[in-house]
Design a protein around this ligand. Structure first.
Ligand code: GRF
Length: 192
């Protein structure tokens, strides 16, 4: 059971999943492995980490494609070379076309830094602070054609503290991302 992880930046969520899979021996216990890490940013820091771990990597610069559909078609072809049982969006900052989402229906998950359905979209931490929220958090969900609203798989909550900035809140949320994302992926690969 191959897992393909898509990233756009540092890939701390991807790295946490890779390390958890290694430490918990997912390959032996569930026949599951992270087969590839793919990015839409050739300079994504997470690609270097994946290469160091001996994981196949690929980068597709979305600026090199004439349309969103053309990019998604090439992205799907690249992903499918690894016969994925599960595709994981981990800090992947692209909106995917309905055709791409349909192709991976039921085996495509994402992590979003808010307590969905609150605060879909961007700048979630600043919006939570501006709204006077006392709690914030993170959601792992199935990806559907509509942005950030698929079935919820797992969540974690953190307090919003007096004086919090978007950066301090983001850091607190990120630590919980690293807890629930590996937990959610493990639960899925156990069930595959
Ligand atoms: C994180 O802030 C997370 O909330 C969102 O993307 C950002 C970067 O994640 N999913 P990562 O370090 O690239 O995994």
């Amino acid at each position: 059971k191959n897992i393909v992880i898509l990233i756009s930046g540092g890939g701390s969520n991807m790295a946490t999943i890779v390390k958890t899979a290694q430490q918990e021996k997912w390959d032996q216990r569930y026949g599951a492995r992270v087969a590839a890490v793919i990015s839409n940013k050739p300079d994504a820091g997470g690609l270097a980490f994946a290469r160091e771990q001996g994981i196949a990597t690929a980068a597709l610069d979305h600026k090199a494609f004439a349309s969103r559909e053309a990019f998604d078609a090439e992205l799907a072809a690249t992903i499918d070379r690894h016969q994925p049982a599960l595709v994981v969006l981990a800090g992947f900052m692209r909106i995917l076309t309905p055709g791409f989402v349909a192709h991976y229906a039921g085996r495509l998950i994402n992590i979003h830094p808010s307590l969905l359905p609150a605060f879909t979209g961007l700048h979630t931490h600043q919006r939570a602070i501006d709204a006077g929220c006392k709690f914030a958090g993170v959601t792992v969900h199935q990806v559907t054609a509509e942005l950030d609203v698929g079935p919820i798989l797992d969540q974690a909550v953190v307090p919003v503290l007096p004086g919090d900035t978007a950066e301090t809140l983001a850091a607190r949320v990120l630590t919980q991302e690293h807890v629930i994302f590996p937990r959610a992926v493990r639960a899925l690969v156990q069930a595959l």
